[in-house]
Design a protein around this ligand. Structure first.
Ligand SMILES: NC(=O)c1ccc[n+]([C@@H]2O[C@H](COP(=O)([O-])OP(=O)(O)OC[C@H]3O[C@@H](n4cnc5c(N)ncnc54)[C@H](OP(=O)(O)O)[C@@H]3O)[C@@H](O)[C@H]2O)c1
Length: 285
């Protein structure tokens, strides 16, 4: 770098620092792609045994993170962790955890720190859907969906708070949904839970804004995963969904991973409380 260019960078960096930015290193000679790296970080992905959670775990590992992924079925979680480790050469651990149980959530966080000595990134991805008109749904249906999709992330956020606050760095990614913003008939528990999760995201973003912890939501549109089996197996429902997506197709889980890397990394350092839609244009209409 020439003397003049260096002097200009230093002056610019001083201006940025005096505006409250954390570091001038972003302005001096740092490749933008380096800011997406997650080397040395540990990421915990709930519901990481398949579908979108698995794709997110894969993407975070490919960027350098060590991974703990969980699901109620511990055997499948362990097998998926083995595949992630084999694919990316990053130590990965799979655990059987039900996110609706406080004691299991707290044990999950303790085991993560025990295994890897730290925890930097929490991805609240575990989720379920029970569809139907309101009068056909039971109170148990409501409780199952809301406990998994909303209470679970709340318990997980509460459990990681002391760790992230103490290290003054953290990333929380809540996998909400476009159905937290818009809705359709037959989705009362699901849309209510995801709308709540989007607002949980904003509230915690404000609570933790000065603690170095960024909290953001990923809002997927329709992706071809197990949660959508009832729609994928029904030719009419399947075609209807495709017709409603401007890109006229279902998302592939691998199309979510890079956005998770962005939100988990320093690349999104000035973003908190946002919702990032990955929906083939569905919510643009
Ligand atoms: N696919 C879509 O179109 C779409 C769209 C918008 C949002 N999302 C959201 O994306 C997330 C992932 O969905 P997906 O499509 O990947 O669904 P999926 O293939 O059914 O995967 C769900 C994951 O969550 C786990 N899980 C479910 N209940 C759990 C609980 N109580 N405790 C811990 N883990 C639990 C499942 O494992 P076990 O069954 O072994 O527990 C599995 O690993 C969900 O939050 C979903 O609402 C999906």
């Amino acid at each position: 770098m020439s003397f003049q260019l260096r002097a200009r960078s230093v002056r610019l960096a001083w201006v940025v620092e005096s505006c409250g930015a954390r570091s001038s290193e972003y302005l001096v000679g740092r490749n933008a792609l380096d800011r997406f790296r997650l080397d040395g970080k540990v990421a915990l992905v709930t519901g990481g045994s398949r579908g979108l959670g698995r794709a997110i775990a894969d993407a975070l590992a490919s960027a350098g993170a060590r991974i703990v992924l969980t699901a109620r079925d511990g055997e499948v979680a362990a097998a998926t962790a083995g595949s992630v480790e084999a694919a990316h050469g990053k130590p990965s651990l799979g655990l059987g955890v039900d996110v609706t149980h406080r004691d299991q959530v707290e044990a999950m966080v303790a085991k993560t720190v025990e295994a890897f000595g730290r925890l930097d990134i929490l991805v609240n991805n575990a989720g379920i859907n029970i569809r139907g008109p309101i009068e056909t749904l039971s109170e148990d249906d409501w409780d199952a969906v809301v406990d998994t999709n909303l209470k679970g992330p709340w318990l997980c956020c509460r459990a990681v708070a002391p760790i992230l606050k103490a290290q003054k760095w953290g990333r929380v990614i809540n996998v909400s949904s476009m159905m937290g913003e818009i809705s359709m008939p037959g989705r009362t528990p699901y849309s209510s839970s995801k709308g709540g999760l989007t607002l949980l995201t904003k509230t915690l973003a404000l609570e933790w804004a000065r603690d170095g912890i960024n909290v953001n939501a990923l809002c997927p549109g329709p992706f071809a995963t197990e949660i959508n089996t009832p729609l994928l197996n029904d030719p009419q429902a399947r075609a209807q969904m495709e017709a409603n997506v401007p890109m006229a197709r279902w998302g592939d889980p691998t199309e979510l991973g890079p956005a998770a890397v962005f939100l988990a990394s320093d690349a999104s350092s000035f973003m908190t409380g946002t919702t990032l839609f990955i929906d083939g244009g569905y919510t643009a209409r």
